[in-house]
Design a binder for this molecule. Structure first.
Ligand code: SF4
Length: 218
């Protein structure tokens, strides 16, 4: 549900959300699946320093059980995304994605883009994914690497450009969404991120760069 800051009324908003939840019997609309509990970064906006563990891989039989439950509940869309972990660190991420798509789910996958390479990007572009969310914020090496601590600006930018080009060549209609949050909370860094991404060929409607906010962005 969209809410604008100028007309935002939290009481009405909460009532509308509650109505939607009741209408679907409190089932999630897009459940997130944490395929991998491990991440290779320590981003400025992430509580990675407080994680008790930085490990864990979902086994395939548990994944199939989850898909069975989602099917039974009539849920048709799922996200390979979570507040902890990079899905592409799971060694079997592609068989998992293929299984979900093969069973008719619309699939969103989120990545920090660091563990992609040319071959994985070509594979991704060939899958019939609903959306790829590419986490990125910054407009140069310093602004990016102080946000995505442990990542390398040049490598990630190269992957992003390659992903954009590969998706443009494919006829799978997979959406790209480059999303990120300003760690410093200043509007200028958001504007500069948009400008930088535009120069890479990413259009306005493929970017969601925001100031710090709660998880839902409201
Ligand atoms: S990539 Fe995501 S999970 Fe990993 S440290 Fe950054 S914000 Fe946290």
């Amino acid at each position: 549900m969209e809410a604008t800051t100028s007309s935002f009324d939290p009481v009405k908003y909460n009532a509308a959300v509650m109505e939607q939840l009741q209408a679907r019997d409190f089932l999630p609309s897009v459940p997130f699946i944490q395929l991998c509990g491990k991440c290779n970064l320590k981003c400025a906006m992430c509580p990675a320093d407080f994680w008790e563990t930085n490990s864990g891989l979902m086994p395939f039989d548990l994944f199939q059980h989850v898909l069975n439950e989602l099917s039974r509940a009539g849920i048709g869309t799922l996200g390979f995304a979570s507040a902890q972990g990079e899905p592409f660190l799971h060694p079997d991420v592609f068989p998992f994605l293929e299984e979900a798509i093969g069973r008719g789910f619309k699939v969103i996958v989120s990545t920090n883009g660091t563990v992609l390479n040319e071959s994985r990007i070509q594979q991704l572009a060939c899958l019939r994914l609903l959306q790829i969310q590419f986490s990125f914020f910054g407009y140069d090496k310093e602004s990016y690497e102080t946000t995505y601590r442990g990542a390398r600006f040049e490598h990630v930018v190269k992957n992003l450009v390659l992903l954009k080009e590969s998706l443009a060549k494919s006829d799978n209609k997979t959406e790209l969404l480059v999303n990120g949050v300003s760690p410093t909370g200043d509007a200028a860094s958001v504007r500069r991120t948009y400008e930088f991404l535009n120069k890479l060929g990413i259009s306005e409607n493929e970017i969601l760069a925001v100031l710090p906010c709660n998880f839902g962005g409201r």
